[in-house]
Design a protein around this ligand. Structure first.
Ligand SMILES: Nc1nc2c(ncn2[C@@H]2O[C@H](COP(=O)(O)OP(=O)(O)OP(=O)(O)O)[C@@H](O)[C@H]2O)c(=O)[nH]1
Ligand SMILES: [Mg+2]
Length: 299
């Protein structure tokens, strides 16, 4: 009978940039609700993703990767991590198991230790590891440092062992009713989801010079025409040279970003979309309180 108890709670996904937190979130929720890219610091704010199973409901809180904050933007990003840690029932510490341990990993582990919360260690990207036994030294060193509730190797990209991970997490949540309706998937507004899809395409389309200096804001979201949703997004950059890079020769790059984002947005809305993108130069937006508020990066 005890196994029939329904459990629910909030679970923070924390880890270094690029560990695969947002990839896992999208995989578990079954919809694309978080931007993913191979550039670090892709996620900038907290994103809730809700997973409901017969045995329980998990409200995942995806967070920005833990890094040293330079700009005000980065300080807000790290505040989002600390807030998430404080507000959840359980932590998931996610680690890219295919790379060696650095100071950043130690710092994240300290956050877990100091939180006083239970934590599950997820070793991600096992598809990149030749022999499973190669994981043993990593498991051993983490077990010595902290008594993790579970240690679960997964591949978020391929969806390997992620169902098992849900069961392992639910076990450690309090007996509780569902927090959200079964069909709810996220707390993100359509405007935010759209802006994030555009930003993701920018990250995927441009090189290393651009990722940190762009932000995207949905300025118009017009559903008055039932046959097509009209969306305008502003892309913020800090210098006109960056504007040039995003637009590309003859506008080719911006066109590619727009087309790819539109395809994703149409899939999400199940509706024809007219997407217009504008590039705006806003000097030093990463250090400007008002700009960050406009962009939706919470304090
Ligand atoms: N091979 C492999 N790649 C993965 C896996 N999970 C994620 N990735 C890749 O790792 C990169 C980073 O993924 P994200 O999900 O954006 O990582 P994140 O932890 O959310 O990163 P931040 O938001 O910057 O903190 C992307 O290129 C993903 O495709 C995995 O299981 N295997
Ligand atoms: Mg992320």
């Amino acid at each position: 009978m005890t196994s029939e108890i329904f459990r629910s709670g909030y679970v923070a996904l924390i880890g270094r940039p690029n560990a695969g937190k947002s990839t896992l979130l999208n995989r578990l929720v079954g919809e694309k609700i978080a931007a993913v890219s191979n550039k670090p610091q892709t996620t900038r704010h907290r994103i809730q993703g809700i997973v409901t199973k017969e045995t329980g409901q998990i409200v995942f809180v995806d967070t920005p990767g833990v890094h040293k904050p330079g700009f005000l933007l980065n300080r807000r990003m790290m505040a989002a991590v600390h807030d998430a840690i404080l507000s959840v029932d359980l932590l998931v510490l996610m680690r890219d198991a295919s790379v060696s341990t650095g100071n950043g990993d130690k710092f994240v582990l300290e956050l877990v230790k100091n939180s006083g919360k239970q934590a599950v260690l997820v070793l991600n990207k096992i598809d990149k590891i030749k022999a499973k036994s190669d994981l043993l030294p990593l498991i051993e060193s983490y077990s010595k440092e902290f008594e993790f509730a579970e240690i679960v190797p997964v591949s978020a990209l391929r969806g390997e062992a992620v169902d098992n991970l849900l069961d392992q997490i639910i076990k450690h949540l309090p007996a509780n009713e569902a927090i959200f309706a079964e069909d709810e998937l996220t707390d993100q507004s359509m405007r935010t989801l759209v802006a994030e899809m555009v930003r993701e395409k920018i990250l995927q389309t441009t090189g290393d010079e651009i990722p940190y200096v762009t932000a995207v804001v949905t300025e118009k979201y017009d559903e008055s025409d039932p046959t097509v949703t009209r969306i305008h997004c502003a892309i913020y950059v800090e210098r006109s040279s960056q504007k040039g890079i995003i637009i590309g020769k003859g506008g080719i790059k911006l066109k590619k970003i727009g087309t790819e984002a539109r395809v994703d947005i149409e899939k999400m809305l199940n509706q024809k979309v007219f997407l217009q993108l504008f590039v705006k130069v806003v000097e030093n937006w990463r250090n400007n309180e008002r700009n960050l508020d406009e962009i939706g990066i919470e304090k």
